[in-house]
Design a protein around this ligand. Structure first.
Ligand code: PLP
Length: 342
């Protein structure tokens, strides 16, 4: 079937280039990649394959469903599951084989995983009070691959929390025997070599967004294109869309595109959004519907039903305009798109 729904254009070369930049910035540390939430909404498996080719070997997902969805892993890759392990997931986790391991967060998770005799990663609590162990005595008898902690304020380099967490992590490193140590997410890499340890765990920067020291050099990764379902001429005084919030002050040619808030195109973009067609920027008209959005193509020359609009969706700009996080914009891109990789 030829897709006639909005599509996401995902630039895997940009993904690889962004990762290489973060890998270089990680200095002597190996650089992994967070591909949780389906690769921040862009497709975990294509991202993984592109990064594998670029040299990445360590990947991170949130849970076992995401680990399973990746399918068979390329030889040489290692996948860690941030949420750890529950009794219900043990059989599945063991069946996935030694390339996949949990990041253990609690004493109960540690006790459970010890039954397998396999290595695991461990997350330790250093001040964020999210996931992670505080009592390291329970680790006796567990073979630890990578010892992790996670920074709460890495996007604020001057925040005292960073140094406090670094000191707490060093305390854990001194008492927990592990093959490797990892602390930094994307913004954490920019805090300097002290924060790099043996492995870094960038996510958002790979996808060309979010806070990081390298932000200015990151390449955008995602673009939205939406097909025009209907073009109509609206006379002066005519309204467009729910709430009749747009009323034409001039004769207006309206293109209605197959894109809406169910696609993660924010409803709050009413009054802000735009699209480009024939090189002309066209304003969003009225409200964003669940599945449809209208644009003013009066000045864009010939626009026909079946044409494609390049919808403006610079995540940095949209996030700033709407007071949203780039993370939630990317991961909110729904599953109705055809994801097109180049
Ligand atoms: C999501 C996540 C990352 C990646 O963070 P970014 O800010 O996207 O670079 C790293 N570590 C942990 C524990 C995470 O949950």
């Amino acid at each position: 079937m030829m897709e006639f729904a909005a599509r996401l254009l995902v630039d895997l070369e940009a993904v690889a280039a962004n990762w290489r930049l973060l890998a270089r910035a990680s200095g002597a540390a190996a650089c992994g990649a967070a591909i949780k939430a389906d690769g921040y909404g862009l497709g975990a498996r294509p991202v993984m394959d592109a990064l594998m080719a670029a040299g990445a070997r360590d990947f991170f997902v949130a849970n076992w469903a995401e680990a399973t969805a990746l399918g068979p892993l390329p030889e040489g890759t290692r996948l860690a599951v941030f949420h750890g392990i529950t009794p219900q997931e043990m059989a599945l986790a063991v069946a996935l084989g030694p390339q996949v391991r949990p990041v253990l967060n609690t004493a109960a998770q540690v006790a459970l995983w010890k039954q397998t005799g396999r290595v695991a990663d461990v997350m330790v609590e250093t001040g964020m009070n999210r996931l992670g162990l505080s009592d390291f005595t329970v680790l006796e008898g567990l073979a630890v691959d990578t010892l992790h902690s996670h920074l709460a304020c890495a996007d604020m380099p001057k925040h005292p929390m960073n140094a406090a967490q670094l000191a707490a992590f060093r305390g854990a490193v001194a008492v927990v025997k592990a093959e490797r140590r990892a602390l930094a997410n994307s913004p954490g890499i920019g805090l300097g070599a002290d924060y790099h340890f043996d492995l870094t765990r960038p996510g958002i920067g790979i996808y060309g967004a979010g806070p990081s020291a390298a932000r200015a050099d990151l390449r955008p990764v995602v673009a939205i294109e939406a097909p025009v379902l209907q073009v109509r001429d609206v006379a002066v005084g005519g309204a467009v869309g729910y709430g009749a919030t747009f009323v034409a002050a001039r004769p207006t040619r309206v293109a209605v595109a197959a894109l809406g808030y169910a696609d993660g195109y924010p409803r709050a973009l009413a009054g802000h959004g735009s699209a480009v067609v024939n090189g002309t920027r066209c304003a969003l008209l009225g409200r964003v519907s669940m599945d449809l959005t209208a644009f003013d193509v009066s000045d864009a020359g010939d626009v026909a039903e079946g044409d494609w609009l390049a919808v403006d969706f610079d995540v940095g700009i949209v996030a700033a305009a709407l007071g949203r996080a780039e993370y939630e914009l990317l991961t909110g891109l729904g599953h109705r798109y055809a994801r097109v990789y180049k």
